[in-house]
Design a binder for this molecule. Structure first.
Ligand code: NAP
Ligand code: GCO
Length: 264
């Protein structure tokens, strides 16, 4: 038996029209999983469906705001009717707001917490009952370096991702007896639209200061690509990780292990 084989498994990846979610979903499909995904509007879902089709993946897409419990419950019920019980949930949908905390409104703080922490709770809560009945399930929460570290301007995001790490551990604790494993995947700094502002080439043609900073902080001396997350996601989605529970697997090129390169 190939412990990484996902044939006959149904995987829901949230916010997966592009970016990290899309890369993870295509990887899970490559391992045999049937992909269902959602995004915030029909245009994004259509964009995702075209992209998956171009890769030869017959995905099903749904418009669903992960912060809206009624929409989430309806999406999960529709998936269970149209496709089948969800075996693998990847809570990927997320946003970031980079604003100095003393300038951030409470509404802005709440919006990030709502999408990045309440959303994973709502979607996990919707899929767990069927996983309990099946006595099998995989939940993967996309955490972050900010599940462990802070930095200027990302207070809401760090609070959400720190909370998501503990939600991951609690789901693992509460549902392990149903053979449900819940783990975190903690990407380092990944080149996606979300981090594009941190990598913009400067007017004088030089690299963005933050870009240079991350290169110096990463032993691999490069930004991650969304594809770097595919193998770890397949591992956490498969039988190969049936005794891994409540763990956050950091895929960061070594950032969390490294004090950083001395400036020249
Ligand atoms: P991204 O490019 O911004 O994609 C996020 C996706 O989630 C987008 O499709 C977005 O739709 C969707 N989304 C946002 N709010 C939603 C909602 N309420 N309901 C449903 N979908 C929603 O982000 P990414 O870089 O791929 O990151 C994906 C995940 O990895 C996020 O949780 C992020 O925090 C995490 N992460 C990213 C990095 C990194 O360096 N990129 C590192 C660590 C962790 P819209 O296009 O409408 O926003
Ligand atoms: C930032 C970045 C990071 C990454 C990621 C790191 O502004 O610091 O957006 O937060 O998105 O979460 O793991």
């Amino acid at each position: 038996m190939n412990p990484f084989d996902l044939k006959a498994k149904i995987a829901l990846v949230t916010g997966a029209s592009y970016g990290i979610g899309y890369a993870i979903a295509t990887g899970l499909a490559g391992a045999g999983a049937k992909i269902v995904f959602n995004d915030i509007n029909q245009d994004l879902v259509n964009k995702g469906l075209e992209a998956y089709k171009a890769e030869g993946i017959e995905a099903k897409g749904y418009v669903c705001d992960v912060t809206n419990e009624a929409q989430v419950n309806e999406m999960v019920a529709t998936i269970e009717k149209e496709v089948g019980t969800i075996d693998i949930l990847v809570n990927n949908a997320g946003i970031i707001k980079r604003i100095p905390m003393h300038e951030m409104t409470a509404a802005e703080f709440r919006q990030v917490i709502d999408i990045d922490l309440n959303g994973p709770f709502i979607v996990a809560k919707a899929v767990i009952p069927s996983m309990m009945k099946k006595r099998s399930g995989k939940i993967i929460n996309i955490c972050s370096m900010m599940s462990e570290l802070g930095r200027e301007t990302v207070s809401a995001y760090a609070a959400a991702k720190g909370g998501l790490k503990m939600l991951t551990k609690n789901i693992a604790s509460e549902y392990g007896e149903y053979n449900i494993q819940c783990n975190g995947l903690g990407p380092g700094y990944i080149a996606t639209p979300q981090t594009a502002p941190l990598r913009e080439t400067q007017a004088d043609g030089s690299r963005h200061p933050f870009d240079q900073f991350i290169i110096a902080k990463t032993p691999a001396a490069r930004w991650g690509n969304a594809e770097d997350l595919v193998g770890p996601a397949i591992f956490l989605s498969s039988a190969a990780s049936d005794f891994v529970n409540g763990h956050v697997l950091y895929v960061d090129g070594g950032i969390l292990a490294y004090i950083g390169k001395q400036p020249k």
